[in-house]
Design a protein around this ligand. Structure first.
Ligand code: TXA
Ligand code: MG
Length: 351
């Protein structure tokens, strides 16, 4: 299959520029498109045929459900069985935006989209291209992140091309996304709201709107614990992983630097290719290896935005061992650490 790559300027585009993409979606084809979080791989959520193509293109296990993207609140009532009061409040506060909510599904939502579950994940994205694509196509778009299963999510079109060129009909290239980490997922299908995946919308932000919110134990988990099974099926898989072995070193800054320097020196002696994911604050303290700064600790937003690109860069460098500093496990740092721990397969050294 030849993948058509079409540029689009999110700040200024004509409706007609999306005509072909809409046409592809209506005939159950696949279009990768930018959202404010990461690029999505879109297909018609209400047709099992499209979902099957999504799973095939990504190499994704078909028990891992997809998020349905909608453009207006009315659409929600067409796909979910019930909208709890708390969900209404959250929608008002955070939609359109980087929040996904889980509801009990209506019968016509196919099990192929929900991975066999009776619940369905729904999100209203704020990215103008995503919004207009849903609106203009008239399709509820099922969209996982547009990466090969297991690889870091794509934050620019080049990442999508790297993974899916030749496997999907079209890629809408809207440049770099803003947030860079996938949406926060909150389950509202049960009595108590539970965060299944941390993201840009933090627990505090959610609690300000609906009161107490639980966090799935698998989210806060710092070790790979076989006794804790993630409620979001996708969270149980190894994810976001670079090809080299990533290890996160946690502790007081000077001790972390010292430890990483020692580990790098050891691997270099063995003739390995080693990289360090440092921060602006520490990058000059690393003596050897390929040292990359992921940004300043004063701006966690920019660290989140650049994380996946950095993990992919590690592959381009051919790094066999990668050492990264850790981040605070609160607010946006919680989402950053959650993704980094998964990318590292929970290799964490405390100093
Ligand atoms: O920001 C995002 O959410 C991006 C953009 C494209 O919108 N999408 C995304 O999709 O990250 P994906 O498929 O990579 O991640 C969806 C996650 C998976 O972990 C999946 O298991 C979980 O959502 N999920 C989907 N439906 C669910 C359900 N009914 N119950 C529990 N978890 C669900
Ligand atoms: Mg994904």
């Amino acid at each position: 299959m030849k993948t058509k790559i079409q540029r689009i300027n999110p700040e200024m585009f004509q409706d007609e520029e999306l005509s072909e993409a809409c046409e592809i979606l209506r005939r159950k084809g696949l279009v990768a498109f930018p959202t404010e979080t990461v690029y999505g791989l879109g297909g018609d959520a209400m047709h099992p045929e499209a979902a099957a193509k999504i799973y095939a293109a990504k190499g994704r296990p078909s028990d891992n459900p997809l998020i349905i993207h909608i453009a207006g609140i009315d659409d929600l009532y067409n796909i979910v069985a019930e909208v709890p009061e708390k969900a209404k409040k959250l929608a008002e506060a955070f939609w359109p935006g980087p929040l996904t909510m889980i509801f009990r599904k209506q019968r016509q939502v196919p099990y192929s989209t929900t991975g066999g579950l009776d619940t369905v994940a729904v999100r209203m994205p704020s990215h103008p291209v995503a919004m207009e694509l849903i609106r203009q196509s008239g399709v509820y778009i099922a969209a996982p992140s547009a990466n090969t299963s297991g690889r870091p999510s794509p934050t620019k079109a080049e990442h999508v091309i790297e993974d899916l060129d030749g496997r999907i009909d079209m890629i809408l290239d809207g440049g770099m996304v803003g947030i860079g980490l996938e949406s926060t997922i909150i389950d509202l299908s049960d009595k108590e709201p539970v965060i299944l995946r941390p993201g840009y919308v933090t627990r505090n932000m959610l609690e300000d709107v609906v009161g107490e919110v639980q966090v799935d134990p698998a989210v806060a988990n710092r070790e790979l614990n076989p006794n804790i099974v993630a409620k979001a099926p996708g969270m149980k898989y190894r994810h976001y992983a670079p090809k080299g072995q990533l290890t996160i070193v946690e502790g007081e800054s000077d001790a972390v630097v010292e430890k990483i320097n020692a580990l790098v020196a050891e691997h270099l002696k063995e003739g390995m290719k080693v990289a360090v994911i440092a921060t602006e604050e520490t990058k000059d303290q690393y003596a050897q290896g390929v040292v990359c700064s992921i940004g300043s600790r004063k701006n966690e937003g920019s660290i989140a935005a650049g994380l996946y690109d950095m993990l992919r860069e590690m592959d381009h460098l051919g790094a066999q061992y990668i050492y990264a500093e850790s981040f605070e496990n609160d607010s946006l740092g919680q989402a950053i650490m959650n993704r980094m721990l998964k990318a590292a397969g929970y290799h964490l050294i405390k100093v």
